[in-house]
Design a binder for this molecule. Structure first.
Ligand code: ADP
Ligand code: MG
Length: 243
């Protein structure tokens, strides 16, 4: 079963169309990059997938559960890292996680075990009592990933998670998420406007002005453009590439 199915999604802010005729599926356990320039509709899509906005048109299923008809079952299967950080800077690393575990209704003993496990996996265990304010940008993002995985979703959504990090931290975060995907069979939707965060082996969705202008394997999308993602992106979006 696919981790995510999106069919004929459209969304408008008043008269302004932000998404139109968007349809795709994400296989289980695969890293999928959603590439699009600023204003393409990436965050609007994430807001619809997480039910921050109500659906206007189209269908979304997470792990076979309809977001319209079985919202609790659907939402339970996804974790999200939003574009803007939603951490409480004055709480400790562990307190941020505890709060989220409580929101998900995890019993205290289960929450403690999962928090331990996630902090180890995200290499944040020794920082557990530090206030989030004391963490650098890369660590804060890893904490948000830990939090998004506490309830063991099958699909992780990340909206421009690397924005604001320096190039080394950006690549480290990208590699880290790819490893989670490989090791845990987690499906990942990684949105970005940066070409160097997309790999040849990734599944790729290219969004431009609210429409999916390409979907498939990165290598196949690049093949008609001499194998260059920059050229493919230029051609598909009519924009200069952001390397
Ligand atoms: P991206 O995340 O790819 O940069 P967004 O989903 O934020 O794109 O925006 C898609 C389009 O919708 C843009 O044209 C943007 O200006 C518009 N938009 C986004 N949020 C709002 C809003 N709250 N009200 C009106 N228009 C919006
Ligand atoms: Mg955005």
């Amino acid at each position: 079963m696919n981790a995510l199915e999106v069919r004929d999604l459209a969304f408008a802010y008043g008269a302004r169309r932000a998404l139109d005729g968007v349809g795709f599926s994400l296989p289980a356990g695969r890293f999928t990059a959603l590439l699009g320039p600023n204003g393409a509709g990436k965050s609007t899509l994430i807001a619809l997938l997480t039910r921050l906005y109500d659906l206007q048109q189209g269908e979304i299923e997470v792990g076979g559960c309809s977001l319209r008809r079985q919202p609790r079952l659907a939402l339970r299967q996804l974790g999200v890292v939003f574009q803007q950080s939603t951490l409480d800077l004055d709480l400790s690393v562990e307190q941020n996680l505890r709060y989220h575990a409580a929101l998900h209704g995890l019993p205290r003993s289960v929450a403690s075990a999962r928090i331990d496990q996630e902090l180890l996996r995200q290499q944040l265990h020794e920082r557990r009592h530090d206030k989030v304010r004391a963490l650098n940008g890369g660590h804060r993002r890893r904490l948000e990933i830990a939090r998004a995985l506490l309830h063991q979703p099958r699909l992780l959504l990340l909206d421009e998670a690397s924005v604001g990090l320096d190039p080394a931290a950006r690549q480290a975060l990208n590699q880290h998420v790819r490893k989670l995907c490989r090791d845990d069979g987690l499906a990942v939707l990684w949105t970005t406007h940066l070409l160097d965060e997309v790999g040849d082996q990734d599944a790729l969705l290219v969004l431009d002005r609210g429409r999916l202008v390409a979907q498939g394997e990165t290598a196949a999308i690049c093949a008609p453009h001499a194998g260059s993602l920059a050229h493919a992106f230029d051609h598909l979006t009519g924009l200069g590439a952001c390397a």
